[in-house]
Design a protein around this ligand. Sequence first.
Ligand code: CTP
Length: 215
Amino acid sequence: TVLLTLGPTRDPWDAVRYLSNSSSGLMGACLAVSAWMRGAVVKVVCGPNAFDLPPGIETHPVTTARQMSEAAADLWPGADIGCCTAAVCDFRPVPPRGVEAGQKLKRRSLAGDLPVISLEENPDVLKGLGLSKRSDQTLIGFAAETGDLLGQARLKLDEKRLDLVVANRVDLPGSGFDSPTNSVTVLDRNGRSEQWPELPKPEVAWRIWDLLRHL
Ligand code: CTP
């Protein structure tokens, strides 16, 4: 049984405005479908605008990071493998002062002052799974980086108690968010690493499941 998170999260500021990102969910969808084709029971917690997955895959649609965290934590004890691909927003906006829940901030009410948006921290879904991981479970994470790819990925492998981390640059063409291809380096808990060329995301997904056999 494989548990996957995919897509962006979306945290509202008021009734019509929100904080999110441009994740397409494609990498996670490729991992979900390829795990399912290889015979796994697949459970997906997906953010808004994610792909339509085949009916054989159990999907749990969520919107906010806190909803994703709760849904993933509930499903984790029943999974053998966890894989977090979701681009979870690390911060959520604090609703504007004086605006009731479910209401819209009116421009007229500002009296010339621009609103200042404050943020508060969201849970780290993957780290939560890592902290409660049993010895019979395997956990895979991604590392979306703009700078020191390998150093940051190794830190995430340790801090989130992962078995495998898939590191990708999100500031290069042909890789990362909203791209049909990805160029990744995979690092495992035993210190092994492999750098793969730019590949279509379905092929990256297939290779990730192949790698688990050698962990
Ligand atoms: N992740 C998560 N929940 C979060 C943030 C990240 O589950 N609130 C997961 C992602 O799905 C990914 C991994 O953690 O598998 C790394 O995400 P990334 O965005 O690269 O890094 P962060 O942990 O958010 O750290 P930073 O933004 O500082 O690089």
